[in-house]
Design a protein around this ligand. Structure first.
Ligand SMILES: [Zn+2]
Ligand SMILES: [Zn+2]
Length: 168
């Protein structure tokens, strides 16, 4: 994967952790390719508050301090990797302790996104009552929901509201 996809994919990994989703194939592939052990609950508990604040402020377009706090606690170590045959950026050493690898990688990716990476944005799901975030790497940045479930739930609610208004 190229560096642009890499930043988007690490941002997805950050959002997946903050949303506390079931581990995805993307996450499994990342951990395997970079020889990262599955983080235990204690490891994640240390990282998650900082990561959540950094994801939230990236979705809101600032302030930048939460991203800088994550960068300070987990400073990225940037180098170029060619594993898998694709030249791409790495922000943490392969085989590193999971919290540190995740912290450095996510800090670097969120720093790129909050500074206006042209290919990737992070947003808050627009569905009523949903607290989840999403990564949008679509061409026209038209995404508004964390999932198809939230998108169709919102469409149905809007349809019902229109019908109710029409009957009134
Ligand atoms: Zn890699
Ligand atoms: Zn949602």
């Amino acid at each position: 994967m190229g560096d642009v996809a890499y930043i988007g994919n690490v941002a997805k990994l950050a959002v997946e952790l903050v949303n506390q989703d079931e581990p995805s194939e993307l996450r499994a592939a990342f951990f395997e390719q970079h020889r990262i052990a599955e983080p235990d609950a204690g490891t994640l508990a240390e990282l998650l508050p900082l990561l959540r604040d950094a994801v939230a402020t990236t979705a809101d377009g600032g302030p930048v301090e939460p991203v800088n706090r994550l960068l300070e606690k987990y400073p990225p170590l940037m180098y170029v990797s060619t594993h898998g045959g694709e030249t791409h950026l790495h922000f943490a050493p392969d085989g590193e302790e999971p919290a540190s690898w995740l912290g450095r990688s996510c800090a670097a990716a969120l720093a790129h996104v909050i500074c206006g990476d042209p290919h990737v944005t992070v947003g808050r799901c627009q569905a009523d009552g949903c607290e989840r975030f999403y990564v949008d790497d679509s061409r026209n940045h038209s995404r508004r929901f964390c999932s198809n479930t939230c998108a169709s739930r919102t469409t149905v609610a809007a349809y019902r509201a229109r019908r109710k208004a029409a009957r009134a």
